[in-house]
Design a protein around this ligand. Structure first.
Ligand code: DC
Length: 207
């Protein structure tokens, strides 16, 4: 079974994907980490985020990189990832590894922006997780506070709106629900309720 979870920044798609993967005993790939690690590698080498050649080299060399989530999760890296993710050459360099992951015989759960539309269009179930920008900013603020980072709610909201705009308006594989995706709006749902709703969607796809 392939489960495709897409949605905007801080929509809760990562938490949902992890929980579904654990529940159904499936491997999980957080594809945002690939773009974050590509951006991190560029910045570590002193390259610009719009240096296409360096970005493709970084994307192709990802297997050799350290996926230190602590270094990749921060606000700045989300923004940098969104910039490199708009380069079609970078997306092309990352496609095969994501498709290979989704085609594992065991099945898989992938989360990102283009899983249902580009990476695994034949997925058994597609969920597009969304929530209002304000609700997402609140959640991100709580998460960052929990990790001891300084939090500026207005700046986080601004980031989210900017990132939504960039991710949705790029020409290549923009953020949008696949035509056969179930849209799950979690604005008024807590983690448990969101999981219960997603679980139901997966169960009915399996039945
Ligand atoms: O899910 P995330 O916040 O970790 O993703 C960081 C950025 O990476 C996001 O703003 C856009 C990009 N991304 C993408 O373009 N396609 C994906 N499948 C996953 C992430």
């Amino acid at each position: 079974m392939i489960i495709a979870i897409d949605g905007p920044a801080a929509s809760g798609k990562g938490t949902l994907a992890r929980r579904l993967a654990a529940h159904f005993n499936l491997p999980h790939l957080d594809t945002g980490l690939l773009y974050r690690a590509t951006a991190r590698a560029l910045l570590d080498h002193g390259s610009r985020l719009d240096d296409v050649e360096a970005a493709v080299r970084a994307a192709r060399g990802l297997a050799l990189l350290d996926f230190d989530e602590q270094r990749l999760r921060g606000r700045e890296m989300g923004e940098a990832a969104s910039v490199v993710a708009a380069l079609p050459e970078v997306r092309a360099a990352l496609i095969d590894m994501q498709r290979a992951f989704s085609a594992r015989p065991s099945g898989a759960v992938l989360d990102g922006r283009d899983i249902g539309t580009v990476i695994a269009p034949g997925a058994d179930v597609k969920i597009f997780v969304t929530a209002s920008p304000e609700a997402r900013a609140q959640r991100r603020a709580l998460e960052l506070r929990g990790r001891g980072e300084k939090v500026d709610y207005a700046a986080i909201l601004e980031d989210i709106v900017k990132r939504d705009k960039r991710d949705s308006s790029r020409a290549d594989a923009p953020l949008k629900p696949a035509s056969d995706a179930h849209v799950l709006d979690t604005t008024d749902l807590n983690v448990e309720a969101a999981f219960a709703a997603a679980f139901k969607l997966v169960q009915s796809a399996r039945a």
